[in-house]
Design a protein around this ligand. Sequence first.
Ligand code: RFL
Length: 422
Amino acid sequence: MDSQRAGAVHGTAEVIILGAGPAGLVLGNILRAAGVDCVILERAARADLGTRARAGFLAANTVRVLDRHDLSDGLRRHGQPHSTCEFRTDGGRFRLDYASLGRGEGHTVYPQQYLVADLLAHYEGAGGRIRFAAEALAVRDADAGRTPPSVTVRTGDGDPVRWQGRYVAGCDGRHGAARRSIPPGAVRRHRIDLGVSWLGLLAEAPPSLDAVGYAVHSRGFAGHMARTAQVTRYYLQCARGTAAVDRSDAQLWDELELRMRAADHGPLHRGRFLQRAVFDLESDVLEPLRHGSLFLAGDAASLLSPSAAKGANLAVLEAELLADALFAALRHGSTDALDGYSARALTHVRQAQRFSQWMIRLLHDVPDLAPATDTVPTTVSDSGDRSEPSPYHTPLQRRPCLDTLRTSRAEQDWFAEQYVGV
Ligand code: RFL
């Protein structure tokens, strides 16, 4: 049997939501509370869902969205307010208390896996429908006019089953079925890749400083971000293609201490690394975020490099926008908000991408005039982990940016507004 085709309809819902990450679960919770019949189809097993450590920095607007829908209990109780970042360079270090700059807002640090667990508990507690170990294979008939869209789903060893709905919300991330199901040419994909890669590390160790740490070093960038009192995230810029396991924990701590200038500013709290993953700091966005009755939100809509901690925040914002638009269409027969969803969401995505590209350029030596839609050619240096300069390489342009950020109140206000804004 064609694995993408499935016969009789196995289940129906007004809205079929693919993926139970922040986007899918916020969407599901808002729709369910509004009395919209929806089902979430999630590829992972239930036990695996709440264990994926990723984001941690939630913007004030994200917290407001979660407050509005009564979804913020856990983060209000256990999240930690955060308001400071520290830049370390060969000229010394400086701090920005960003919550007292710009629009006067900070972050709440609350690990993404806890947020996902809270959202799931709330959704199921309220009677929301979800199927685990249900991998969407394809969305069919999204632009078929009178034929309702459906999703073929693999749920085990048997033949795929089919769910049918009025709308499908693709919240299944970058490699999910929603993106894959859009025919070539139906939407545009804009991609930015400045050739920078990071080794992301999760350390079983308390934070080493009471601030986000950004260290700019000739061997490459290093970063520090608190997660909980026992767990801290670190980043090390690495050459593209680096294997995540090619160095011991002790070697990685030595490299982190070197780049973060521990000799000048104090040692790091060491511990076992619980997670190591290399990822490329690329960003992309589809346009429009819709194909017929299939709508995209979260990482399925746009991928943001974690350089500016925006991905989960955008996912929550888009989920609320999409929920309101679907509700208006289903209950009031007005599709205006659905028709405007893509343009509204893209305004926020573009703003976030602009800032995240600015952060990449601030923290790394990257070409100044990189093409906007393709990979910048870089080669691997053996003098550290950063990529070797391309012909356009202009590291000197980065220093004035850092100096301006250190000295100009106007620049600091702009930074603070962008840093916490979505
Ligand atoms: P998710 O969280 O990836 O959830 C998608 C869900 O869909 C499921 N799925 C499928 N289900 C059914 N059928 C299929 N075919 C499916 N394919 C996939 C998956 O199992 C999963 O449960 O997407 P969502 O909801 O759009 O949320 C996006 C965020 O997860 C992401 O943007 C952030 O984690 C990005 N990010 C950060 N964002 C922030 O706002 N602040 C941060 O501090 C921050 N730190 C980070 C980050 C991302 C990182 N990684 C992944 C590189 C730090 C790191 C290390």
